[in-house]
Ligand binder design. Structure first.
Ligand code: AMP
Ligand code: ZN
Length: 493
């Protein structure tokens, strides 16, 4: 069985062995899925009680890079993402708003899906809403009860962690000496409060509940993901991912639930993304230091800059978010887009140069090596920017040949299959979200038509008119670059 059944791009290059850091072993491990050529992957999605912030999107972008990378290596990816549309906070907030859970969460589900589209996050094969899987959760709890892993107290059902000796193996907590029978009802708690946790919670007065075989109530958070993962992906998944804060208690409890029920290994590779920080603190709703995507968009930041920034820092490194880093990401994307347009539009001397073909191949291999090394996106990007620099230099020196364009473009397309930032469609994305950025914008079509007007002015040697158009574009944030072959490239400031 091969970890990389096909090579993208047609030509045979040495493909690096894929290695991921597995939280369970604490080690880098070669990645080989259970079934050759297929990856079964579960992604913890958002809790839809509010708009997701860009910290959440750091993790979601990582999951998208992971998915796209595996696909680019020829795997068929079956990805399941849950939407947690019932939990403690949702129950409270929907009751406070006088809305049903469905009415309350629908708005945030839609916002989340629209935000994903804006960031070019590919849709997973299955998007599973917790409230549509109550029966699967009840069935899983019944299985656990049959095997003696549960007990009830005041109408709620709890998981007896003393019955599962491996409890703590993911987060490495020591449960020895813990008071047997101590319980926790909250969905989120810390390691110091490791206890028997609620699988099914009895309704409090006025709360929404489901009438089921195990009594009236609602599910705990952890049983949601365990039940949906088992339902769509089978007893053993290849990859389960989320942010590091989910390691405990969420993923630890999912393991306890799934493995107790199936007596099989639940997950083969656990991948956890480090946090996005603001001023060196985790971005979170509770700290109030968060920015939603829409806030950033309405301040004039582009979806592509945000995607690029979030993808550019390897997922196991913390990412300290600053306005400067966003500006830096915007100019990186611009540089890449300008380069791709140059490859597509500029005319070079006929023929091909063996040096450039070799240079492109080296960049592709280095890009591949970076990603194969636990998705080291920084290394992969460095390979691309080195190629951009070298190719631009060759072009400026007249050493770049027409047939080199296609070769280098293939490398850029291979890059973009994963980073997905080259298409200049930010304005359309914002429009689709109904967001008008604060800064005045000018459409691509308008820019092109002003450039054509300026070209015509230059042709009739009306340099005053040509300069006027250049100045007008500059005032509207567009910079022109005249190439030696007479074509004009442009970019936004
Ligand atoms: P939640 O909606 O709270 O369930 O979180 C959705 C996802 O975002 C989970 O995978 C979290 O681990 C992740 N997450 C939350 N805050 C951050 C952050 N500041 N940086 C990175 N990921 C985060
Ligand atoms: Zn989950």
């Amino acid at each position: 069985m091969s970890a990389h059944p096909t090579l993208s791009g047609g030509e045979r290059t040495a493909s690096a062995e894929i290695r991921f850091h597995n939280t369970m072993s604490g080690q880098m491990e070669p990645f080989v899925p259970l079934e050759a050529g297929v990856v079964r992957s579960y992604t913890c999605g958002p809790t839809v009680y509010d708009f997701a912030h860009i910290g959440n999107f750091r993790t979601f972008v990582f999951q998208d890079v992971l998915r796209r990378y595996l696909k680019s290596k020829g795997f068929r990816v079956i990805q399941v993402m849950n939407l947690t549309d019932v939990d403690d906070r949702i129950i409270q907030k929907s009751a406070a708003a006088g809305l049903s859970i469905r009415e309350y969460t629908d708005k945030y589900v839609q916002a989340y899906l629209d935000d994903r589209t804006a960031l070019n996050l590919e849709p997973p094969e299955y998007i599973a809403r917790a409230t549509e899987h109550i029966d699967d959760m009840v069935k899983l709890i019944e299985r656990l009860t049959k095997k003696g892993f549960t007990y009830t107290s005041e109408g709620s059902t709890y998981y007896r962690i003393a019955k599962f000796p491996a409890y703590g193996k993911l987060s490495k907590i020591d449960v020895a000496g813990m008071q047997t029978g101590a319980r926790v009802d909250m969905d989120r708690y810390d390691k110091d409060n490791a206890r028997d946790f609620a699988l099914w919670k009895a309704p409090k007065p006025g709360e929404h509940f489901w009438e089921t075989r195990i009594g009236p109530g609602r599910p705990g958070w952890h049983i949601e993901c365990a039940a949906m993962a088992l339902k769509y992906l089978g007893d053993t998944l290849d990859i389960h991912s989320g942010g590091v804060d989910l390691t405990f208690p969420h993923h630890e409890n999912e393991i306890a639930e799934a493995e107790a029920a199936t007596s099989k290994k639940f997950v083969r590779y656990w991948l956890h993304a480090e946090h996005l920080l603001v001023d060196h603190e985790k971005m979170s709703k509770s700290l109030g230091n968060f920015a939603t995507l829409r806030e950033l968009f309405s301040h004039g930041h582009k979806p592509s800059s945000i995607r690029f920034l979030l993808a550019s820092v390897p997922y196991r490194r913390q990412l300290n978010f600053t306005p400067e880093s966003l500006q830096g990401a915007a100019s990186s994307v611009e540089r890449l887009r300008n380069f791709a347009s140059r490859l597509r539009a500029e005319k070079f001397p006929e023929g091909s140069s063996p040096e450039m073909a070799g240079r492109a191949l080296r960049a592709k291999e280095e890009f591949d090596r970076g990603l194969a090394d636990d998705l080291n996106t920084a290394q992969a990007l460095a390979a691309i920017f080195d190629l951009v620099r070298d190719a631009n230099t060759a072009m400026d020196r007249g050493e770049f040949r027409q047939d080199d364009s296609a070769v280098v473009l293939t490398v850029m397309e291979n890059f973009d299959a994963i980073f997905a930032v080259l298409r200049d469609d930010d304005a359309d994305k914002l429009k689709a979200l109904g967001i008008a950025p604060d800064a005045p914008t000018i459409s691509d079509a308008e820019i092109e038509s002003l450039i054509a007007e300026r070209q015509a002015a230059r042709k009739r040697r009306d340099f005053a008119a040509s300069d006027r158009i250049r100045d007008e574009l500059a005032a509207r944030g567009v910079i022109l670059e005249d190439s030696r072959d007479g074509t004009v490239r442009w970019k936004r400031k």
